[in-house]
Design a protein around this ligand. Structure first.
Ligand SMILES: [Zn+2]
Length: 232
């Protein structure tokens, strides 16, 4: 039993300094090209290098505005990570298929996992459709012959489901960032114990983890203490 690490790639240029934050917003709300010199997906690259050094594997979910660069694809290949769709436009099955195809065409590989950008409420970006409707995504993912849905609920003790075709749905995650976690109940020590006897999804956003030294230490502690898992 192990951690199933989920990395949501929300921001092209991270949060700091202010001009990079603005470029991230511009990429999301309108358009901005992928420029390595400005640190395109720099935070993701840092996290992936850290994970690769420890033979830890992850599912990495990309939005249509945060598609992986060549350098990121190389790190993904080296670490044998899995690519997933971070769904933005969830208005219809057609939109789901469109976003999946954008990612498959860009990466040249099949996309077998999906997560949803945003948990309902605010609209984040040009293509974003805000409602959170997990049953629809599970249905669409099955129709598309995907294998995995990772949901946004915040109670990591909720059990996953598996159907007869081997499709896995994890309704919730252990969000490393404390803003989305009941930090009294679901402590790092809780996770260290639970992930020994069951598979638990650990969700991180690279720019948040790297911005907070305490979170980064917790992430490193989890990586050295627990196995990570990709569903084969
Ligand atoms: Zn997101």
């Amino acid at each position: 039993m192990a951690l199933i690490i989920r990395i949501d790639v929300d921001r092209t240029y991270g949060r700091y300094p202010a001009w990079r934050h603005l470029l991230s917003r511009l990429s999301s709300d309108l358009y901005f090209p992928r420029v390595e010199a400005f640190g395109y997906l720099r935070e993701l690259k840092t996290i992936l290098s850290m994970m690769n050094a420890r033979n830890a594997r992850a599912y990495i979910f990309f939005r249509r505005c945060t598609l992986p660069s060549e350098a990121v694809l190389k790190l993904i290949a080296q670490g044998r990570h899995e690519i997933g769709l971070h769904l933005e436009n969830s208005r219809s099955f057609d939109n789901f298929v469109t976003e999946t195809k954008i990612l498959e065409k860009h990466t040249g590989r099949p996309v077998l996992a999906v997560s949803k950008h945003g948990s309902g409420g605010a609209k984040y970006g040009l293509h974003h459709y805000a409602p959170y409707e997990p049953d629809k995504y599970i249905d669409w993912a099955r129709q598309s012959r995907m294998k995995l849905f990772l949901g946004n609920l915040e109670d990591p003790s909720i059990s996953p489901s598996v159907d007869e075709t081997g499709f896995h749905a994890y309704p919730s995650a252990f969000w490393l960032e404390p803003a989305w976690r009941d930090t009294k109940t679901f402590t790092i020590d809780w996770l260290l114990v639970q992930a020994k006897s069951s598979d638990i999804v650990l969700l991180i956003h690279p720019e948040n983890v790297l911005a907070d030294p305490a979170l980064l230490e917790e992430f490193k502690r989890l990586l050295v203490s627990l196995d990570t898992r990709i569903l084969e």
